[in-house]
Write a protein that binds this ligand. Structure first.
Ligand SMILES: NC(=O)c1ccc[n+]([C@@H]2O[C@H](COP(=O)([O-])OP(=O)(O)OC[C@H]3O[C@@H](n4cnc5c(N)ncnc54)[C@H](O)[C@@H]3O)[C@@H](O)[C@H]2O)c1
Length: 298
């Protein structure tokens, strides 16, 4: 049985990955900053990635490290820049240094984001397309991608990076991710209307969290996915289309409002993913779409 650990296992992506790994016969040990695990059936310990000494509790005899811990947020990084750099960059460096020191040869699975790309209208972004980081968080993620490559180049540590656009869905637990869909749902539930900035024509790739977990786990079986970067695909929708699906589900209206000044400056144009590199590598077919998930969700 292959051994995996999930760091950040109480988070939205981390807990879905931990659950998926358990269901697919990986022995997965879980770690997070929080005292208690949300998944009581799997071994768990507290680990603060920003404290280098905390990594000494890990056993180096592991195959995969799912590095799902971090701080996320658009504007928040400008107010908490020290925390964002300490957790998102130094946290990863602490892991890489521990691997160097211990000779751990696990593959690191790292979740990156659409926010490192320069958005382009009516165009599907490839992994090599132009980068533009408009927030501290986006810069943290691009720095982390570069750190992974740097430690591979210098010390033969291995990784696979997955860029995620807009995740949605929850197999268990109450969270819907920080992303767009969770925001629409909470607005519909709490305010009885969904607000969209601008005309809602900006497009994104929406991916169900189960498809994210399945695509990640399928691709790590293959040696050719080592030290590669992949866009994870899904369903391409405008924000207006996604909001309409949620509005129909809850029977609420959509309100279009002007962009707040800072939000407009931080937003990108369309960020739709070309995922042909991943599909060619693993032959994955996405199983979910937003309409189907909303229909199934009570
Ligand atoms: N959700 C998205 O839309 C999205 C998209 C692309 C990439 N990502 C990336 O995926 C990762 C997980 O995102 P998420 O949405 O699950 O976030 P989340 O906030 O739900 O989960 C993050 C987890 O990290 C843990 N954590 C925070 N600081 C820590 C520390 N110092 N040590 C150990 N654990 C710590 C938190 O307790 C939490 O359980 C992040 O790195 C994020 O950048 C998320």
């Amino acid at each position: 049985m292959q051994k995996a650990i999930v760091i950040g296992s109480n988070g939205y992506l981390g807990r879905h990955l931990a659950d998926y790994l358990q269901q697919h016969n990986y022995a997965a040990a879980l770690y997070d900053l929080q005292e208690k695990s949300l998944l009581p059936d799997q071994p768990y310990a507290r680990l603060d990635i920003s404290n280098a000494a905390d990594f000494n509790q890990l056993d180096a005899a592991i195959d995969y490290i799912f590095f799902m811990a971090g701080l996320t947020g658009t504007g928040a990084g400008f107010d908490r820049h020290e925390d964002f750099v300490r957790v998102n960059e130094t946290g990863l460096l602490n892991l890489l240094q521990w691997m160097r020191k211990t000779g751990c040869r696990a593959r690191i699975i790292y979740p990156s984001t659409r926010l490192i790309y320069k958005g382009v209208k009516d165009y599907a972004l490839k992994e090599s397309d132009v980068k533009e980081t408009k927030t501290i968080y986006a810069l943290n993620k691009l720095a982390a991608e570069n750190l992974l490559w740097m430690y591979h180049n210098a010390f033969d540590l291995n990784y696979t990076i997955f860029r995620i656009c807009v995740p949605y869905g929850n197999v268990f637990g109450g969270g819907f991710s920080y992303g767009t869909v969770g925001f629409f749902i909470s607005q519909a539930q709490q305010q009885g209307a969904i607000t969209i900035f601008g005309d809602g024509s900006i497009r994104r790739t929406f991916t169900h969290v189960s498809d994210i977990a399945a695509a990640m786990v399928a691709s790590i079986q293959l040696s050719e996915t080592e030290n590669e970067i992949y866009n994870i695909g899904g369903e391409n929708l405008s924000l207006r289309q996604a909001a309409q699906l949620v509005a129909d589900k809850f029977g609420v209206q959509i309100k279009l409002v002007d962009w707040p000044k800072l939000a407009l400056r931080l937003e990108s144009d369309d960020t739709v993913f070309d995922d042909s590199k991943l599909r060619n590598a693993i032959g994955y077919n996405y199983r979910h779409n937003l309409a189907g998930w909303l229909k199934s969700w009570e």
